[in-house]
Design a protein around this ligand. Sequence first.
Ligand code: SF4
Length: 219
Amino acid sequence: MGAKFHLPAALAQRPRPGILVSACLAGDRVRYDGTDKALPDLMPLLESHLRVQRLCPEVAAGLGVPRPPVQWVESGHDQRLLGVEDSSLRVDPALQQVADDWCQKGSDIVCGILKARSPSCGSGTTPIYDTAGKVIRMADGLFAREIKRQRGICVIDESFFCHRQAGHWFILGCYLANDDSIPDELAGLLGWQGDLEQFLSTAPNQQSIRLEACSAEGK
Ligand code: SF4
């Protein structure tokens, strides 16, 4: 994740924002095949500045590890999350319950970093198949869809962190989204417009310049 990151002083005293991370990205071996998709450089950085909640929706739904892989199958207006090898296995009702329960808890999560392409966690990257096994489009996984729809939570995936210093930018965005009383001059310096998704979308551009300016100001 590049050079050591120091949170601007104006933010360091604020409450730590909460984020949600797919457990497999956080290093837990919870994927269908018993592996993880750990981001070893990123997690220590995030955990040193944010409150990180890990969750595997499929494990929470009682599907176990290892478990049969599942995929979305669409037929007309009907969409079901079915076993890849055994289409009599249907898991979307159990996952829907997990998502509804999580959304009703009313946690103060400002953003989710959820695994791309997963039928549960993908955000706009999850393949939807027709009954012949052909991909017909990409959509949200069930859990990602519900936390966006029910709670308005911003969801990104691991590809965001390919950019240099993207982790730093992400942390700043979480603090800005979490606290309305951030000084206007700091928010303005960082280009904050009040929308986390929009703010994160600017990350690949000029972030180093902005961060250096922020440090120089001693903010
Ligand atoms: S992508 Fe989501 S559902 Fe799949 S293993 Fe990771 S946390 Fe669990």
